[in-house]
Design a protein around this ligand. Structure first.
Ligand code: PGA
Ligand code: ZN
Length: 430
């Protein structure tokens, strides 16, 4: 009889889309390589994310090498997980968490633990002869609305836009393939509009594939998105083809001491910033805002959630895919959705636990890329397994982003008539 026991674990240092080193892990079962996964990395990170172990040796990759993390996988973690049945995902994750013994995976590094956790899931699926999304959930059937961040700023570019992501959401599409077609057509119109005003250099893209134009403030990007949608022949509005989203990543333009936000040469306190969002929401169909305020401001998140009843408020740096942070949010009604990034918490089991907690409290779950990705499309399987209904995985321009969109097209084909496109129900898909 075939055994499902883990017989070896190997790791290597590979390169992500920024040319930064990251960890790739292979899990062997019964002597054969059964699963492989790559670890993503953030740049605009939350303070409460799990610890990423880098070498700190300035002679290699300016200190960003991950050979220590690779060694942790190949020695301490390997010895711990050898002999486990590879389908015992949670037991394996818990064994690694116990081996590390720290709350934020400081000893072994979240990049070591997560690499093994994800490769174990892939290997389990392979041994069962199932695609990953189906192995994780045989009832996974919802194809997500892609949140396409077509104009980028903040830490993901070198322009002066403080707000990190201006997003179009093709909620009126018939299915995922149609959603991809619509947004790509709109992006081509946007490219021409950007060239007409700012020249060809302004169509260089940021880390997640959105144009890194020299626009400023909050209004101009919306004017461009609006024009691009119209020129592409799509209607903008709730119940129409397109609605909008933002990832403000506001922590990164918040002065913690002065408690003020600096946006386009002006300063805002919490109340006046919420007021600005209200003005935007009065003019445009603003369906989702991620991190509108600083990552520590739970009270402010309660206020902004109440102030914008039509808008989904997503916690990224606020919750860091951590059930304990989410518990704090749920108690007072801070935000109403959680961004789901596996490497913020550092194991698949903990990330799923956070998503389940979110669902049980009426919160949405938006699966997300990191700005540092490889061509590994794992999150596409995760969003379908979670029936999340929404994914943020960049404009389909750069290879590490197209990999995710193309994987979703494959899944859509495999699910066939069983697939449901989340569309307008992206917050609560069924
Ligand atoms: P990050 O950016 O991956 O650099 O954190 C993405 C985001 O803030 O959503
Ligand atoms: Zn974010």
């Amino acid at each position: 009889m075939r055994s499902n026991k883990i017989t070896d674990v190997k790791a290597r240092e590979i390169i992500d889309c920024r040319g930064w080193p990251t960890v790739q892990v292979d899990v062997y079962v019964d002597g054969e390589r059964a699963g492989r996964a790559d670890v993503p990395a953030g740049r605009s990170t939350g303070q409460h994310e799990a610890f990423v172990l880098t070498d700190g040796d300035p002679k290699r990759y300016r200190g960003l090498g991950v050979l220590k993390a690779v060694a942790n996988v190949e020695h301490a973690i390997r010895e711990t997980v050898l002999g486990f049945d590879v389908t015992e995902q949670r037991k394996i994750d818990l064994a690694m968490i116990a081996l590390d013994g720290t709350p934020n995976k400081k000893k072994l590094g979240a990049n070591s633990i997560l690499g093994v956790s994800l490769a174990v899931a892939r290997a389990g699926a392979a041994r069962c002869g199932l695609p990953l999304y189906r192995y994780l959930n045989p009832f996974g059937h919802v194809l997500p609305v892609p949140l396409m961040n077509c104009l980028n700023g903040g830490k993901l570019t070198a322009n002066e836009l403080e707000i990190q992501e201006f997003i179009i959401m093709p909620v009126g599409a018939d299915n995922y393939s149609h959603a991809l077609q619509m947004t790509t057509e709109i992006n081509e119109q946007l490219r021409e509009l950007v060239i007409a005003k700012y020249g060809i250099l302004a169509t260089n893209t940021g880390d997640e594939g959105g144009f890194a134009t020299p626009m400023r403030g909050i209004w101009e990007p919306f004017e461009f998105m609006q024009k691009a949608c119209e020129k592409a022949g799509y209607k903008v509005g709730f119940g129409e083809d397109i609605v909008y989203g933002l990832d403000c990543a506001a922590t990164h333009w918040h002065d913690k001491k002065a408690k003020l936000y600096g946006l386009d040469g002006k300063t805002y306190d919490r109340e006046s910033l919420i007021d600005l969002y209200k003005q935007v929401a009065a003019k445009y169909p603003l369906a989702s805002i991620e991190d509108p305020l600083d990552e520590e401001d739970f009270d402010g998140f309660v206020k902004v959630t109440a102030a914008l009843p039509q808008t989904q408020i997503v916690g990224d740096d606020l919750f860091v895919t951590n059930v304990e942070r989410l518990r704090l949010g749920v108690r007072g009604g801070a935000a109403n959705a959680m961004l789901f990034k596996v490497n913020q918490i550092g194991s698949l089991s903990q990330a799923f636990e956070a998503a389940e907690f979110a669902y049980r409290h009426g919160y949405g779950v938006q699966v997300s890329e990191r700005s540092g990705e490889t061509e590994d499309p794992l999150i596409s399987d995760l969003v379908v397994a979670l029936n999340g209904g929404q994914i943020k995985t960049g404009m389909p321009i750069r290879g590490e982003r197209t990999a995710k969109h193309n994987r979703l097209l494959q899944i859509e084909g495999e699910l066939g008539g069983g697939a449901v496109y989340a569309g307008n129900n992206f917050r609560r898909p069924s």
